[in-house]
Design a protein around this ligand. Structure first.
Ligand code: F6R
Length: 265
């Protein structure tokens, strides 16, 4: 059922860059700006393909020693049910491998919902408490699914949900099968920050690249704010920056304001 939302909406800042590399460099700059201003901030990070160039750019900044990331605390956006943090396919392992190890962020400062908890509901509650104890998430980075999901909040998820256990849609499992030997190995459930958890972040940066995301980006930022497109809830947050490449911006109507950057920025 469609839950059309009537509450204050804001116009996100939409930046369009030529391709995924420029998007990654730009988003890494937004994160390094935050670290320069608040070195002990908490940031929220997603996994997936889209943030790859961002994480590569952050690793390059860390290698140059231009910025000290070691004071950050990291909160994962989501985690598969059934995978312990040490499992190489867990999102906790992935984020350590792709980002936090090279940024000098200690493993005990990388938090995620416990995928292997005997009581997943309790694990969700505990995760909310860990985020609150860190003073909240200053900047939450997000990707977007082809169906408009953010985190693993699939279409239909109520916007007031906090971290919860969710069943993955078949589309999402198929999209993520590339990280596993076969589709049957992709977990059926995940623990995810809920829309209400995500909206508590001080700033949200949504990244999308490639033509496959164009329709989801347009549905998120044009038309109704509705649970049919979970990312549309971002329009109820006052500080959202959308950083996309030309291909992902292609379905946005001309009426949607955006700042278009060339390769040189
Ligand atoms: C990942 C996550 C997902 C992805 C989304 C896009 O932690 O929560 O919402 O951000 O599925 O995935 P990619 O970037 O692989 O296209």
């Amino acid at each position: 059922m469609t839950e059309a939302i009537r509450r204050a909406t804001f116009e996100p800042v939409i930046e369009v860059w030529p391709g995924p590399i420029e998007v990654g460099v730009r988003v890494a700059a937004l994160i390094t700006d935050l670290v320069a201003a608040t070195p002990h901030a908490a940031i929220g990070l997603p996994t997936g393909s889209t943030p790859g160039p961002t994480y590569a750019a952050l690793r390059a900044v860390a290698a140059s020693r231009a910025v000290d990331f070691s004071g950050l605390t990291v909160f994962l956006l989501d985690e598969y049910v059934g995978l312990a943090a040490e499992n190489p396919q867990s999102y906790r392992s992935t984020i350590r491998r792709e980002v936090t190890n090279d940024l000098g962020i200690a493993a005990d400062r990388v938090f995620g919902p416990a995928g292997d908890a005997s009581d997943p509901e309790e694990a969700c509650q505990r995760y909310e408490e860990q985020i609150a104890a860190a003073g909240g998430i200053a900047l939450q980075l997000l990707g977007i699914g082809r169906n408009g999901h953010i985190g693993f909040n699939e279409p239909g998820t109520a916007f007031d949900m906090r971290t919860h256990v969710t069943e993955l849609s078949e589309d999402t499992r198929e999209d993520n099968a590339r990280f596993f030997v076969c589709l049957a190995d992709v977990p059926t459930h995940a623990l995810t920050q809920g829309p209400a958890t995500i909206l508590d972040a001080g700033r949200i940066v949504l990244i999308a690249t490639g033509a496959a995301k164009a329709s989801a980006v347009a549905r998120a930022f044009v038309g109704a704010v509705s649970v049919d497109c979970p990312a549309s809830v971002l329009r109820t947050h006052p500080d959202v920056r959308v950083v996309v490449d030309t291909a992902a911006a292609a379905a946005l109507p001309d009426s949607v304001p955006r700042v278009v950057h060339g390769a040189e920025g």
